[in-house]
Design a protein around this ligand. Structure first.
Ligand SMILES: Cc1cc2nc3c(=O)[nH]c(=O)nc-3n(C[C@H](O)[C@H](O)[C@H](O)COP(=O)(O)OP(=O)(O)OC[C@H]3O[C@@H](n4cnc5c(N)ncnc54)[C@H](O)[C@@H]3O)c2cc1C
Length: 310
């Protein structure tokens, strides 16, 4: 993970319409184009093929139809319809029934009530077919409203969903027991967004330390927690911790991102751990790609080289 300055830089790039247009033209054009390393494709058919390939390697997968910050109710409705259609396609394909989504994709920035309604529509469709739905966590301006909506729908009996907590945020220390009390499934991540000092740890050592502490709490008290990191030190700490505490390998899973540390993903599966790969797809991949670049400068070289080739 990079420091705040790099995150801020890529956050700026993420909002550049010029770069977005430029990247969108060449990023997915050829099988070797740069965005394909992290994005499974632009269509549902491509995503399903990628998901099958992930499953063939003994990994689990969740499909994440990219899109965030929609600016109108019509766009939010379209995203909701797309998610319902993706669920149909997943069922027809016979792959694992697991999806991830963002509330701003369903209209949270436009109208909260409509976003809740849209989420309910996705949950209704997916619940009937035995799906698990992960609500991704966005920047800290959305943390409270996301948890609030999650708790409300949980209280209405929607239990086929889980949430994400970010170790970088100071508030996660109190959010974790709040979600544990519900018995809901938590995915623990470090946090991909540029956050102010008042909200979040600013250096990697502090984030990693917070992650380790929260992770151990989650492994003891959580309902099938997701340890979502590519950090080998933290993964080794989790492995040692569960061994020491006698926590079975069926009681939690590791999660990683499509295209990130594939050898580590396979090595954990070979050792008998469950590993789920979050598999993003769709034409609106640009902001997601910028977050992946922000995490690792070496990716930028790869990005520039293949953009020039393209
Ligand atoms: C399944 C999953 C779901 C996620 N969902 C969310 C979410 O909802 N909200 C949110 O804010 N964040 C989410 N994230 C992102 C997360 O917050 C981190 O930004 C990201 O995982 C990088 O942190 P790390 O834990 O891997 O540790 P880091 O310390 O950043 O990385 C550890 C090592 O992993 C490798 N690595 C990490 N990132 C990359 C990369 N992009 N390219 C190549 N190698 C890399 C490098 O070898 C690095 O040294 C998710 C992550 C995963 C795995």
């Amino acid at each position: 993970m990079l420091d705040g300055a790099s995150k801020a830089f890529f956050n700026l790039l993420a909002h550049s319409n010029y770069l977005k247009k430029l990247a969108s033209r060449s990023g997915m054009r050829r099988p070797t184009s740069f965005a394909r390393r992290f994005i499974a494709g632009e269509t549902t058919a491509e995503a399903i093929a990628a998901a099958r390939a992930v499953e063939a390697r003994g990994l689990l997968q969740t499909l994440d139809h990219l899109g965030e910050g929609v600016a109108s109710l019509a766009q939010a409705d379209a995203a909701t319809r797309e998610y319902r259609e993706i669920c149909e396609a997943i069922v027809a394909a016979g792959i694992g029934r697991n999806i991830s989504l963002k509330l701003t994709q369903l209209g949270l920035d436009v109208d909260r009530a409509s976003a809740v309604d849209n989420l309910r529509k996705v949950l209704d469709r997916s619940d009937a077919a035995g799906f698990f739905v992960r609500i991704d966590m966005e920047g800290s301006a959305y943390t409270e409203v996301t948890l609030d909506i999650f708790e409300t729908l949980w209280g209405h009996g929607y239990h086929n969903m889980g949430v994400v907590l970010q170790a970088a945020l100071h508030r996660t220390e109190t959010d974790l027991p709040r979600i544990l009390k519900l018995g809901a499934r938590v995915r623990l991540v470090k946090g991909a967004y540029k956050e102010p000092r008042s909200q979040a740890h600013q250096n990697k050592t502090d984030v990693d330390e917070a992650y380790g502490t929260l992770m151990e709490r989650l492994l003891v008290d959580g309902n099938f927690p997701a340890i979502a990191t590519h950090d080998e030190r933290l993964i080794a700490r989790a492995v040692a911790f569960v061994r020491e505490r006698g926590i079975g390998r069926d009681r939690f899973e590791f999660q990683m991102l499509y295209g990130v540390r594939p050898a580590l993903q396979r090595a954990l599966v070979a050792r008998g751990f469950k590993v789920l790969v979050a598999t993003p797809f769709g034409p609106k991949w640009y902001p997601y790609l910028m977050r992946r670049l922000a995490e690792r400068p070496a990716n930028l070289l790869f990005f520039v080289r293949s953009a020039l080739e393209g």
